[in-house]
Design a protein around this ligand. Structure first.
Ligand code: NAP
Length: 363
């Protein structure tokens, strides 16, 4: 029986959903893959950190965070930051643990910092530099530093997976890597932001903007500050991640030609409907047209996020509510679309879990 030690940075919605699946499937993984998966590190931002090189009690960790709101200071596995007063003072505990703790694979599940990708990039680089495998649910690193992280993983001979970063556990990167071997992706379309999809749909029903936002907040689709969604930043980060991985784009969210939905009025929506169209916030990436006599292989990828009128009968027009879609155009398999229907947090947990299984299978 092999042992695989896991460090979890972040133990919020995604981390807890992953932990529940791991608890449920632990014996099956042992029986099917001959691997005993043990969580040796759990780091949070404000609820303490737990470390045990032999393996933590995951059920107890879930209970502590849910019932007590944090890990107990007097728990034998509670981690004291011995570096707090040393030359490393000021360094987040998560970075110290990524550098010092005993683990084989690091799971990055801390909150997205959309304009820098940090500190998640540092977490992943620290793990990869140590020759540890890494999995991220956080799209920041894929939007800001994909090439560097991928190359570092290759140099160190370790695995780096990121399926959950776009559309949760829906297999997109996996599909292209494992199933569509040697297919070249030439274009990507998608609807990737739930909030804007919901807002546009409700506006189309004639509900005023303020009421839509209030209802969205009540149902948890709309953040207290919705600008990251409404202004298209979240969609841009997801599109960037897709294009960096699938088309080798090497861009950041700043390179996306971005227009949000703040300027869309009820009149615009009604006018579109009268033409048989609906307005959707469409993410799109393609290679720029080759300059005459230029080298087609050197074409840049151009990325746009903007509201577009889509004919009602098309697939993209019928992606409702919290569902999302990615369509990829390829040289050998034409155009393929994959829809995620109204995901829950389970699908996020599964995305991380599926990357862990992919790692186990490929070790
Ligand atoms: N939720 C989803 O459906 C979903 C889907 C796909 C991808 N993702 C991505 O997955 C990541 C986690 O999402 P989430 O929904 O789980 O967020 P969340 O519920 O806010 O949880 C974030 C976790 O990270 C911890 N944390 C914050 N700063 C940290 C640091 N420096 N070091 C270690 N831990 C730190 C938080 O601790 P405290 O609570 O103590 O601050 C919390 O445990 C995000 O990048 C998100 O974009 C989420």
């Amino acid at each position: 029986m092999k042992t695989l030690k896991v460090a979890m940075l972040g133990f919020g919605n995604a981390g807890q959903a992953f932990a529940e699946i791991l608890l449920d499937k632990h014996e099956t993984i042992k029986n099917t893959y001959g691997t005993d998966v043990r969580v040796t590190v759990i780091a949070t931002g404000s609820r303490g950190c737990m470390v045990n090189p032999e393996g933590l009690d995951l059920s107890d960790a879930l209970r502590a965070v849910r019932e007590d709101g944090r890990f107990a200071y007097d728990h034998p596995d509670y981690w004291e930051d011995v570096y707090a007063d040393s030359h490393c003072a000021g360094e987040p505990a998560s970075v110290v643990l990524a550098r010092e703790a005993d683990y084989d694979v690091l799971l990055e599940m801390t909150p997205l910092q959309i304009f820098t990708g940090q500190p998640a990039i540092t977490h992943l680089k620290t793990a990869l530099e140590r020759g540890k495998h890494a999995i991220t649910a956080n799209k920041g690193p894929i939007a800001w530093a994909f090439r560097e992280l991928r190359d570092l993983a290759a140099e160190k001979g370790v695995k780096f997976y990121y399926e959950t970063t776009v559309m949760d556990g829906t297999p997109i990167f996996n599909l292209v890597d494992e199933t569509l071997r040697l297919c070249k992706v030439t274009e990507v379309h998608g609807i990737l932001n739930t909030t804007t999809n919901f807002v546009l749909e409700e506006l189309a029903k004639g509900i005023p903007y303020d009421e839509v936002m209030e209802e969205g907040r009540r149902r948890g689709f709309v953040e207290a500050d919705p600008s990251m969604d409404i202004d298209g930043w979240d969609a841009s980060a997801k599109l960037t991640a897709l294009l960096n991985v699938l088309m080798g784009a090497d861009i950041t969210p700043m390179d996306v030609d971005r227009e949000g939905i703040a300027e869309i009025t009820e009149d615009d929506i009604r006018a579109a409907l009268s033409r048989g169209n609906v307005i959707k916030l469409i993410c799109h990436g393609k290679f720029e047209d080759a300059p005459e006599g230029g080298n087609a292989a050197e074409r840049r990828v151009v990325a746009t996020v903007k509201p577009v009128e889509v004919p009602k009968e098309q697939l993209l027009a019928n992606i409702d509510g919290t569902s999302s879609v990615v369509s990829i155009t390829t040289d050998l398999m034409g155009k393929l679309s994959i829809v995620e229907h109204n995901p829950e947090i389970l699908q996020t947990g599964y995305g991380i879990f599926s990357d862990l299984l992919r790692l186990i299978v490929n070790l």
